[in-house]
Write a protein that binds this ligand. Structure first.
Ligand code: HEC
Length: 253
């Protein structure tokens, strides 16, 4: 029986590992180590997002003022720093608006080969480690329409929009072993430095990832607090219930 359980566990974990690796183009993902309670990181993340991503990727299920509120920004700060998108009349969006952009899905599909998807839920569908690794995995590939490829998302349609910050990387592969048993080992090497150091760029990728993780489930910010209060209430209620029970049964026993 023990053996059976062990082999089932083994099969399960092997499948799990295989799906994780498959979902990432066969490369191992780096840990993003995000913390959605770090407001400074979220504030930097949303700033990068509206400056570098919002032009192509909407956040259709999120409103500016919800984010401003959660991140401790006033409506005025939000209007000044976050809102660059316009409504149908050409006016800047109000703070209560959904974070849509003017990008036409059909046109962008022609430009990039695939339309840029809405990213409200990408923190949940792909997970933080995937996003973080993806933002660090662009490399120069002249055979691709945008001049870049990505080890985590092979043949991606998205250009490397953060290249000025990160610089450019090239993929170098070496083969170990002969014939069928040859194992290819690839590495990304910086060939042109960006305006940020590698550590600063990692932090930028982490802040963006953190923001996308938060936006996928804003309620997670409060959920843990509710949990603690719920347990405290249940604890207190158990004491009251105990004394009540004693009171009710005191004449019976
Ligand atoms: C010039 C337009 C453009 C900009 C700007 C842009 N992207 Fe993209 N992005 C795309 C396109 C197009 C795809 C779809 C690629 C495909 O399916 O081949 C994509 C895909 C993605 C995906 C994968 C989504 C999925 O689940 O398949 C993520 C994550 C992403 N982008 C994040 C970002 C972030 C973060 C930024 C800002 C730093 C950004 N993008 C800026 C065009 C853009």
């Amino acid at each position: 029986m023990k053996k059976f359980i062990a082999s089932v566990m083994f099969a399960l974990s092997a499948t799990l590992m295989a799906t994780t690796v498959m979902a990432s183009g066969g490369v191992e993902l780096e840990h993003a180590n995000v913390d959605i309670h770090n407001k400074d990181s979220l504030q930097r993340g949303v700033k990068y997002y509206v400056n570098y991503c919002m032009g192509c990727h909407s956040l259709n299920y999120s409103r500016y003022n919800r984010i401003a509120n959660d991140l401790g920004l006033t409506d005025e700060q939000a209007a000044k720093n976050l809102i660059f998108t316009r409504d149908d009349n050409g006016d800047l969006h109000k703070t209560g608006a959904l974070m849509k952009n003017g990008m036409s899905q059909k046109q962008s599909a022609e430009w990039f080969g695939a339309p840029p998807p809405d990213l409200t839920l990408v923190g949940r569908s792909r997970g933080p480690d995937w996003i973080y690794s993806y933002l660090k995995a662009f490399y120069v590939d002249p055979t691709r329409p945008m001049g870049v490829n990505n080890t985590v998302f092979p043949n991606v349609g998205m250009p490397h929009v953060l290249w000025e910050l990160q610089g450019l990387q090239e993929k170098h592969c070496t083969k170990e072993g002969e014939g069928e048993h040859a194992v290819e080992h690839c590495e990304l090497k910086t060939v042109k430095a960006g305006s940020m150091t590698p550590a600063e760029y990692d932090q930028t990728a982490r802040d963006l990832t953190n923001f996308l993780a938060y936006v996928g489930e804003p309620a997670a910010l409060n959920r843990t607090t509710y949990g603690v209060f719920t347990l405290l209430f249940l604890g207190l209620f158990a004491i009251i219930a105990y004394f009540l029970k004693k009171e009710y049964w005191k004449d019976v026993h």
